[in-house]
Design a protein around this ligand. Structure first.
Ligand SMILES: Nc1ncnc2c1ncn2[C@@H]1O[C@H](COP(=O)(O)OP(=O)(O)OP(=O)(O)O)[C@@H](O)[C@H]1O
Length: 257
């Protein structure tokens, strides 16, 4: 379980990224975070694995505070948390397999990692991860030669190889076309249902949030203003979260869903 208790984040310029956020997210949930640009979606996601230090409150991952964790405890907690970014965050000049293997780094000692000496079981795990996202044939290709959708699948495979129990995805489909967007969302949903991995995802397209999530959280100026099921997230609710009616570019479009 992920627990946020009275979490606030004030950036050094005084901007409130998050204000008094209280949330409990159970194992296996598929949670979409929606809201206007600047509402605090990235701040929330990045606070959960402490890529950003919060200003007050506490965040617990499976009963352990990540807020007050030591460096060593932080490494252990983070081992269970996979991160997926809009920009894929791959080492472009390295092979796909090498990128997926980097999900095993936290399980191996630094010297072996530097020397690229991964145990065979890790290599097998990485190949299996690539198979699950349907790009096993690209294992030995340089990552820079892949399409955006394929690169995002490599980063999903990396979280699979990591055996992450939580996936945090920050606008993972923002630079993808509608068809590839669906494929990436399908992969995430498959991992969520088959492996019981908790997925928390920031999404620009609200219809995508409704289609894939078990829960939608709406943010406005750093505050949670909606927390409910996709069924409860009516057009009126979205209008409240956004403070205006939805724009066409906030919908992927029915023909693509
Ligand atoms: N490093 C920073 N320093 C100062 N202010 C920041 C910083 N990062 C974010 N902010 C501000 O905090 C608020 C929340 O930003 P955040 O990136 O979390 O929003 P978001 O909902 O993810 O937006 P977007 O959809 O545009 O990515 C915004 O007002 C933003 O300008």
């Amino acid at each position: 379980m992920i627990e946020l208790n009275d979490v606030s984040k004030v950036y050094s310029n005084g901007v409130k990224g998050l204000e008094d956020v209280n949330l409990k997210i159970n194992k296996g949930e598929f949670v979409s975070i929606v809201g206007l640009s600047g509402a605090g979606k990235s701040t929330l996601l990045r606070s959960i694995n402490r890529l950003i230090d919060i200003s007050s409150g506490d965040i617990k991952i499976n009963e352990k505070s990540i807020t007050s964790a030591s460096e060593k405890q932080l490494r252990l907690i983070r081992r269970d948390i996979g991160m997926i970014f809009q920009s894929f965050n791959l080492v472009k000049r390295s092979s796909v397999l090498r990128n997926v293997l980097s999900g095993r780094v936290a399980y191996n000692n630094t010297l072996r990692t530097l020397l690229n000496l991964f145990p065979q079981k890790d290599v097998d795990l990485a190949l299996k991860a690539l198979e699950r996202v349907n790009i096993l044939d690209k294992a030995y290709t340089r990552s820079s030669e892949l399409s955006g959708g394929q690169q995002q699948r490599v980063s999903i495979a990396r979280t699979l190889a990591q055996e992450a129990k939580i996936i945090l995805a920050d606008e993972p489909t923002a630079s993808l076309d509608p068809v590839t967007t669906k494929q990436v969302m399908d992969d995430l949903k498959k991992i969520n249902t088959e492996d019981d991995v908790t997925v928390i995802i920031n999404l620009h397209f609200v219809d995508l949030a409704k289609e894939y999530s078990t829960r939608i959280i709406g943010l406005q100026a750093g505050k949670v203003v909606f927390d409910g099921t996709p069924e409860e997230a009516t057009p009126e609710v979205f209008e409240e979260i956004y403070g205006r009616s939805l724009k066409e570019d906030e919908l992927l479009g029915e023909e693509n869903l």
